[in-house]
Design a protein. Structure first.
Length: 120
């Protein structure tokens, strides 16, 4: 068992988006990938905040592109997984797989107390 901090859901989604996008991974494309494929809304600020934390932990690395050709074009900050980022994703997947192993969840197996709606 490792002492490293487990990945949060958003960290896993961002790392998975990086893995899918390869060298086309920057804030906007990462956000779009999470919203389209993950069906989860996420703010661009949330994506960048997550990327910054993970870069400090050595899970991702970044580089700046040349400015875009249009007038006033800006450089884009791209991101990619590091070996440590890949290993963290693998560990997260293995952890979830162990928890799901042999488990069957269906609406009828959920205790009645858990099915009650919350008070407004």
């Amino acid at each position: 068992m490792t002492n490293e901090r487990a990945l949060s859901e958003i960290e896993q989604l961002v790392l998975l988006a990086l893995a899918r996008l390869n060298d086309d991974a920057y804030g906007v494309t990462i956000r779009r990938e999470i919203e389209v494929r993950g069906r989860r809304p996420v703010s661009i600020a949330g994506v960048y905040s997550c990327l910054e934390r993970m870069e400090q932990r050595g899970l991702v690395e970044s580089w700046l592109t040349e400015p875009t050709p249009e007038r006033g074009g800006r450089a884009k900050k791209h991101f990619r997984l590091t070996a440590a980022g890949v290993e963290s994703l693998v560990q997260a997947r293995q952890r979830l797989d162990r928890m799901w192993a042999g488990l069957r969840i269906a609406p009828e197996t959920v205790p009645a107390t858990a099915r009650r709606s919350r008070r407004p």
